[in-house]
Design a protein around this ligand. Structure first.
Ligand code: GLP
Length: 240
């Protein structure tokens, strides 16, 4: 595991460098996109590079997770968030960015279909990740099986409180369930690039990098990945 401690703007450039190098060498690469605030500067940087000539036209992308039951037009539906933050700002072909279908009638079937779609695409080349304060990646909350695949999960109170800021501050408006790539799904990606900034992430980053590999700190599974890059600022690195 490679750990880089640097200011947030520099971290975003490093993550964008990895995406750009991948796309220059493999224009039809498969990217893994994350929601949350952590990757936003990376997406801004990728848009700048797109404006300078970097093309996503042959690339595909898969999202990590989705809330269950949010109406199609809801601004916090992750499909819409990704569209707004990155997909619509670069030149992905229509349909090139996919996410788990949190509005499916049969959610179990939707999870299986999503796993199959990722496999059919040849797997994810580079997965961008954030981390929750409780150490979750995607929505794999503490206790998630290290062998898990895309499935329905119940969000913890902590995650719903953390994400309430996106729902006008009301935890009651945050959905209770989600569909999320599993830890084994994420571990199948060929390069993991995780970003974390701020003191609130310090314990999770400590457990990710220095803790025992444990389902109680799901991100710690990344210690077993052959190519994992952890990009953190001073505050997030303060317990290392
Ligand atoms: C959500 C997402 C995660 C993300 C986490 C951290 O729970 N499902 O993918 O890593 O939030 O969010 P933030 O980057 O806003 O701190």
């Amino acid at each position: 595991m490679e750990v880089v401690i640097a200011p947030a703007d520099q971290l975003a450039r490093l993550a964008a460098d990895a995406v750009e190098a991948l796309l220059r060498g493999k224009p039809d690469a498969v990217l893994g996109l994350a929601t949350g605030s952590s990757p936003l500067k990376v997406y801004d940087e990728l848009v700048r590079r797109h404006e300078a000539g970097l093309s996503f036209a042959r690339a595909r992308a898969f999202m990590l997770d989705e809330y269950v039951g949010l109406p199609a037009e809801h601004p916090e539906r992750y499909r819409n968030v990704i569209e707004k933050e990155i997909a619509s700002r670069v030149d992905f072909e229509p349909g090139a960015v996919e996410g788990p279908d949190g509005l499916a009638d049969d959610l179990v079937a939707a999870c299986a279909a999503y796993e199959a779609a990722i496999a059919d695409a040849g797997g994810v080349d580079l997965q961008i990740l954030g981390i929750g304060t409780d150490g979750h990646i995607a929505f794999n909350e503490p206790g998630s099986s290290l062998a898990s695949r895309t499935r329905i999960k119940t969000l913890t109170r902590q995650t719903r409180e953390d994400n309430a800021r996106f729902f006008g501050g009301s935890v009651d408006d945050v959905p209770r369930h989600c569909l999320t790539q599993g830890l084994a799904t994420i571990m199948s990606a060929r390069h993991l690039v995780l970003l974390a900034t701020g003191k609130a992430k310090a314990e999770a980053v400590h457990q990710l990098v220095e803790g025992p590999v444990s389902a109680m700190w799901p991100a710690s599974v990344m210690q077993l990945h052959p190519h994992a890059t952890v990009l953190v600022d001073d505050a997030a690195a303060s317990r290392l």
